[in-house]
Design a protein. Structure first.
Length: 327
């Protein structure tokens, strides 16, 4: 009788067992690794325990401050740990420099307006050259305003300026309002007697006009609608306001004057451009969610802000086109 050896079968079974155990171990390692990686990525930014600073480069209570506080409130409602910080000074330059001096980690955002462009073009800050757009938000037209009862209309203002020096208040040399004022007075010619006053933004311009310290001011439509004591004389853009209260106010073009620069302010959220792209993308998502909330949309409509949501590269492209117009 010939006895057959069963060693090959034992060997095969052993190999199959080793392979099965190895496969199970690999699966265990794979599934245990994926959650840890996902969890690390999810919690790395933003850290719920660390607040994000949204820097408004002007004093409190101004248009930029009020609007970005509304945006921050809506981000907080969505679970984002964010706080608004006012760093005023030098026409917005102090706040811009503060943002540029912080770490490139996504925890410092700039509440940007056209002042970012003007401040950079003035040569006093690297500004937009070291910033990138997280999201464009809206545009807000500028108006030439006075205290109610001071002048009936734009023509009475011009007549007065031929015989008496008038004071014009702006948010400072590094702001669009100041540049618009300068361009406007150049167009009005030497018969228009004036002197420029500067503030650090915020409510300073409105306070100066309301108190009589300044005869006229360059304010945004948002600021005019939020202050019933302001009387708009002319809209400093080519188009009429969409707001019912301001629809009858003439445009600067209708008064026979064409400005060389846009008379409206583009607002956006910006960060340092050396921040990792994945962090910027996350920030864009957080801003977008807050922007399209019912609260923020109703807020924009109540002040007739021109909605202009432009994420990431779209916002940067639009911003660069504005730079060309202001330069």
């Amino acid at each position: 009788m010939i006895l057959k050896s069963n060693l090959p079968d034992v060997k095969n079974r052993f190999i199959k067992l080793v392979l099965a155990v190895s496969a199970v171990m690999l699966l265990i390692l794979a599934f245990s690794f994926i959650p840890r990686t996902a969890k690390a990525k999810e919690s790395s930014f933003p850290d719920p325990a660390r607040p994000i600073e949204l820097v408004v480069p002007f004093a409190p209570d101004g248009k930029l401050d009020i609007m970005f506080r509304q945006l921050a409130d809506n981000m907080q409602q969505n679970g984002v740990n964010i706080e608004v910080v006012n760093i005023a000074g030098n026409g917005g330059i102090t706040g811009i420099e503060y943002v540029l001096g912080k770490e490139a980690d996504g925890y410092t955002l700039l509440a940007s307006s056209a002042a970012t462009i003007i401040a950079t073009l003035s040569g006093k800050t690297e500004g937009f050259r070291k910033l990138t757009t997280v999201a464009g938000l809206n545009e807000d037209p500028f108006l030439l305003v006075t205290k109610k009862g001071r002048f009936r209309d734009f023509q009475e203002l011009l007549d007065c300026a031929e015989v008496k020096e008038l004071s014009i208040v702006t948010a400072g040399e590094g702001t669009l309002g100041h540049k618009v004022a300068t361009n406007l007075t150049e167009k009005l010619g030497p018969s228009f007697k004036y002197r420029l006053m500067e503030t650090d933004g915020g409510s300073g311009e409105m306070d100066a006009v309301y108190s009589g310290l300044a005869d006229i001011g360059i304010l945004t439509q948002f600021e005019v609608l939020s202050n019933p004591y302001m009387q708009p004389l002319v809209i400093l853009t080519g188009g009429h306001s969409q707001d019912a209260m301001l629809r009858s106010i003439p445009t600067i073009n209708e008064e026979g004057i064409t400005l060389d620069i846009p008379g409206s302010s583009f607002c956006s959220v910006m960060v340092r451009n050396d921040i990792p792209q994945n962090v910027i993308t996350i920030l864009a998502g957080l801003v977008e969610e807050a922007y399209y909330s019912d609260d923020f949309q109703n807020f924009q409509k109540s002040y007739s802000l021109l909605s202009l949501y432009l994420p990431l590269n779209q916002g940067d492209s639009f911003f660069q086109e504005l730079v060309k117009k202001y330069d």
